[in-house]
Design a binder for this molecule. Structure first.
Ligand code: FAD
Length: 433
């Protein structure tokens, strides 16, 4: 048998089953599930992204060990066009033919199967890409930064959360002062910002008056400027992802780096929430499929009482219940993505504000539902695999931890339900009852 390079403390799973849990085989499980569901163009994109990841893992002896560094992989994924496929990016001469939200779902599935933490870090770069994409206004430096993000020259980060302002993101304490030349000078602190310590550029929010959401602005920061300091916040559930705690001390932001001037920041922040929440949903459902693939392969091979454990109702019925739910939600998410893509195409690449507004509830529903489902599926699949699912021999421990984090980022579970309560009130009023 070919020597397995996966690094772990001790091999707990036998050679035969460990070999069967390979990335290639888990992709085969996924593809067999999705081949009748996907449009050929999406299925072909998925298979080509999977091919790249499988080869990349093999060629570079990637082990997925808990102490493996991955930020230096980003340029290779950038060259392959696997950082973001939300748009064609013709303004920076990339012209991706396969693009849109459904293609993004395929990209997320491929990357998240390959390495869930790497997939999550990539999601944070996309949060920095979106505002630069929508507000570059052909300013050369903004286009240059957009290209660096999309081609993987640098990861990106979004800086919303502050030590004293988490869920209450519109009442910020990071302030800005406008100078006579139109530049802003920022003072304050941000925290928990995925990728920030590794990013050359980040997108940040500040306000001209503390606690006043109407006075917010959105800017790009070059992390090589004076006045920027960033420490690492360590999150043990995602030990390979670098999060930042940033301090701005009279940090000067030149005019051309201001994406949204004072008064526009809040609008820009809310505009980013639909794609952000859907992006988290794509990751969450990808993690659930990865857990199902592990558990299905394992339970079809692991024997106890002289039988494959899948054949015991306690295992088989539990696993197939999770499988049915993940498949149904995937079909719903895919339908949302395809409809979103069709709407964007109809309106020449940009979804009108009123339609985007109407998608806020759907985005919260998917974010709430997929993250809760993924948390349950990842935990239950690990449980159904017994000791093997809890050991460091597979990616199950990563999936278990990440799936719990997804419920907090991008607005916690409670905040999604709060948004939905308000949306339901609005909907009730619209019915005229
Ligand atoms: C791994 C990770 C990555 C992250 N990445 C980023 C990033 O890239 N950029 C960024 O800006 N931020 C990021 N965050 C921050 C994240 O968005 C916040 O942690 C989150 O919004 C919650 O804020 P908080 O931690 O301050 O909790 P708090 O807002 O203090 O909430 C504490 C608890 O109170 C509940 N709560 C608060 N208000 C209400 C309410 N009105 N109704 C009901 N319950 C409520 C919350 O649901 C939660 O359970 C990240 C966080 C983590 C853990």
């Amino acid at each position: 048998m070919e020597e397995k390079k996966t690094k772990f403390m001790d091999q707990a799973i036998n050679d035969e089953i460990l070999e069967k849990l390979s990335l290639k085989n888990r992709y085969a499980f996924l593809n067999t599930n999705l081949m009748t569901v996907l449009e050929p163009k999406h299925f072909n994109f998925l298979k080509s992204a999977e091919k790249f990841c499988t080869r990349y893992e093999r060629k570079n002896d990637i082990t997925h060990a808990t102490d493996e560094e991955f930020y230096h992989w980003i340029p290779d994924f950038g060259k392959e066009g696997l950082i973001s496929r939300a748009h064609a990016y013709s303004e920076i001469d990339l012209n991706f033919e396969d693009h849109g939200l459904a293609t993004e779902l395929m990209r997320c599935l491929a990357l998240s199967f390959f390495d869930p933490q790497f997939g999550m870090a990539g999601g944070a770069t996309i949060l920095a890409i979106n505002p630069v994409f929508y507000h570059h206004e052909n300013v050369p430096i903004r286009l240059e930064i957009l290209k660096k993000f999309v081609t993987g020259e640098t990861p990106g980060a979004i800086l919303i959360t502050e030590p004293e302002r988490g869920s209450d993101a519109v009442h910020q304490l990071t302030t800005l002062k406008e100078e006579s030349d139109g530049s802003y000078v920022l003072s304050g602190e941000k925290i928990y910002n995925t990728n920030a310590p590794k990013s050359r550029y980040v997108v940040a929010y500040a306000t001209a008056e503390e606690n006043n959401g109407n006075m917010m602005a959105q800017v790009i920061i070059d992390t090589e400027w004076d006045g920027w300091k960033c420490d690492r916040v360590f999150i043990p559930w995602v030990p390979k992802v670098w999060l930042g705690h940033e301090y701005f001390t009279n940090l000067r932001v030149p005019k051309e780096y201001i994406l949204g001037p004072v008064g526009k920041g809040r609008e820009h922040m809310f505009e980013g929430l639909v794609p952000e929440r859907i992006g988290i949903s794509l990751d969450a459902i990808s993690q659930a499929w990865n857990a199902l693939a592990h558990c299905s392969i394992y339970s079809n091979n692991r024997k106890q009482f002289n039988q494959e454990i899948l054949k015991f109702q306690g295992v088989g019925f539990s696993l197939t219940d999770l499988w049915a739910r993940v498949m149904n939600v995937t079909q719903g998410l895919l339908r949302f993505c395809e409809k979103y893509d069709a709407t964007e195409e109809k309106f020449g690449g940009e979804i009108p504000k009123n339609i985007s507004q109407a998608m806020v509830a759907a985005a919260s529903q998917f974010k709430y539902h997929t993250t809760a489902l993924s948390k349950e599926v990842c935990y239950e699949c690990a449980n159904l695999m017994g000791g093997a699912g809890l050991s460091d021999n597979t990616l199950m421990h990563d999936l278990l931890n990440i799936s719990r984090i997804q419920e907090i980022i991008g607005g916690s579970r409670q905040i999604q339900l709060y948004i939905l309560s308000m949306a339901m009130r609005q909907l009730y009023k619209m019915t005229g009852i």
